[in-house]
Design a protein around this ligand. Sequence first.
Ligand code: CMP
Length: 136
Amino acid sequence: MTERTLVLVKPDGVSRGLTGEVISRIERKGLKLVALELRTVDRALAEQHYAEHDGRPFFESLLEFITSGPLVAAVVEGPRAIAAFRQLAGGTDPVEKATPGTIRGDFALETQFNLVHGSDSTESAAREIKLWFPDL
Ligand code: CMP
């Protein structure tokens, strides 16, 4: 089933020059980019995007981090795109969960600075795509 998912190359990925690497892996997997934008986000958008984490101990630093510099937001499409991108990304903790060969497993060390975000369900994907690309 063709799906769409929201992908972010977070500020750590952009500042480390890994945007091309991430996009290349998405395309080599066979997924298609249907929207792509470099932008710096304000706190309001960050709070909405991460609303489900409000109240967690890392929430404030997560907001600070995600608004700290330019990121790349993309909508990615393909069969089972949500699960397919999460497979490419690897687990949230880049050392304990992500395995070598995944984006986080290959390039990240800390859970907060885990380079990429991908929607985790069809409901999140719909909500996040509407939030980041309301005109799509
Ligand atoms: P992401 O997939 O964007 O979804 C929520 C983000 O919160 C996650 O990636 C991490 O960047 C961050 N995060 C989740 N758990 C922790 C944690 N225990 N400590 C710091 N950051 C976290």
